[in-house]
Ligand binder design. Structure first.
Ligand SMILES: [Zn+2]
Length: 200
């Protein structure tokens, strides 16, 4: 992947397909790269999710400020940009956000019926947006109750435990009517996100 400075996008070389720029270069960590273009309201939600995960983000109206005023914010589309060194993580959050909320025509599959279970090594998203990896499932020595042991994938990377039943439970809708996912923790799909390591 190369970086087009004009478009602030990661593109396949040697020519930017968006602006025909031929002066592409390898992305630098601090380069802001476009991660998504979304309707205004969804962009606001994604921005909040990035914020919760400590990803700096800038935005730009697709139509330009003058036109935005005339149409009203809800008709506008917004492009979000994050620094290249956070791009893969931001993309993963973006993809998981859409997996959780994008309406589909597909009927509910039978796969949904399987009992939920915390998978060791898998990354889960808390309904408030933070990502965690399940490190193990432990038994309480006195009650034999099962606990999920999981690690925060941001900030201090600390280790937490929570009763498995609670870990796998739905979000409390009364307390959090605007939660963006059904369950308290939902497994994040493994995306083919480009890793920043692939810079050469
Ligand atoms: Zn370009």
């Amino acid at each position: 992947m190369e970086y087009c400075k004009n478009c602030q996008r990661l593109v396949e070389g040697p020519i930017c397909k968006f602006c025909r720029n031929t002066k592409l270069r390898a992305p630098l960590d601090a380069d802001f790269c476009m991660v998504a273009e979304l309707p205004y309201f969804e962009a606001e939600m994604l921005k909040e999710l990035f914020g919760d995960n400590g990803i700096p983000c800038t935005e730009r109206s697709v139509l330009g400020a003058g036109i935005t005023v005339n149409l009203g914010a809800n008709l506008d589309r917004v492009r979000l940009y994050v620094p290249y060194d956070r791009y893969a993580f931001a993309k993963e959050l973006f993809d998981s956000y859409f997996n959780g909320t994008e309406p589909t025509d597909e009927p509910e599959g039978e796969a949904e019926e399987a009992p939920r279970k915390a998978e060791i090594g898998r990354v889960y998203r808390h309904f408030k947006g933070g990502l965690y990896r399940v490190e193990g499932v432990a038994k309480h020595s006195e009650t034999l109750e099962e606990y999920v042991v999981y690690r925060k994938l941001y900030d201090d990377g600390s280790l937490w435990v929570r009763p498995a039943e609670m870990f796998l439970s739905p979000v409390d809708r009364e307390k959090y009517p605007n939660a963006m996912q059904t369950y308290r923790f939902e497994a994040v799909e493994e995306q083919d996100a480009e890793t920043p390591d692939s810079v050469d």
